[in-house]
Design a protein. Structure first.
Length: 190
């Protein structure tokens, strides 16, 4: 049982502090999509992989796209857990077979129907496809936040969808008035 009280961080960004020791999460911006006393699930939104959407479509047997550039979009490394599973963060204009509304303008989908629609030009206005997710057990995320591993702020869809990936971390930090380049990577207590 955790001694840190539960606070729901669904629809929040986790901003990795400069001293982040885990190499997977160093310099990342993660969005928390689900959080309960049993644990949390989120996705890194600023780490594109070398895998392109064209490869995902090829594996699904989709060879024609309504938009010529959709195949050149990068797939993101969403987290270290279940890296073979795909997830689609999107702007949520439509309901898909397996979807969870995170907030107004932000939805998570785990079914392949959204990918088919995207290839046909009938998908959401904006989307980020990720393989893998970040997961925390009961009380783990709250403990990490209490230990200053992460800064938190409310998630903004514009940062996920309209900001270039390499600027998303600093854009989220700036909503708090924080410049991460001015924070030491040394851990300690005064």
């Amino acid at each position: 049982m955790s001694s840190v009280p539960f606070q729901n961080f669904t629809n929040h960004f986790l901003i990795a502090m400069p001293a982040m020791a885990d190499p997977f999460f160093a310099q990342t911006l993660t969005i928390v999509c689900e959080h309960s006393p049993e644990g949390a699930l989120g996705f890194v939104v600023n780490r594109p992989s070398n895998l392109m959407m064209s490869e995902i479509f090829r594996q699904m047997g989709i060879h024609h796209y309504a938009s010529a550039d959709i195949g050149s979009h990068a797939v993101y490394a969403g987290g270290p857990v279940s890296r073979e599973r795909g997830f689609v963060l999107n702007t949520g204009e439509y309901r898909w077979d397996a979807s969870v509304q995170i907030s107004s303008g932000l939805q998570l989908v785990t079914s392949s129907d959204i990918l088919v629609a995207m290839a046909e030009g009938k998908g959401p206005r904006q989307a980020l496809v990720a393989l893998g997710y970040a997961g925390w057990g009961a009380g783990q995320l709250e403990k990490e936040i209490a230990q200053n591993v992460w800064l938190t702020c409310e998630a903004e869809p514009a940062i996920v969808f309209d900001t270039p990936y390499h600027l998303r971390l600093s854009a989220a930090a700036s909503t708090l008035g924080v410049d991460l380049s001015l924070i030491s990577d040394q851990i300690g207590h005064a």
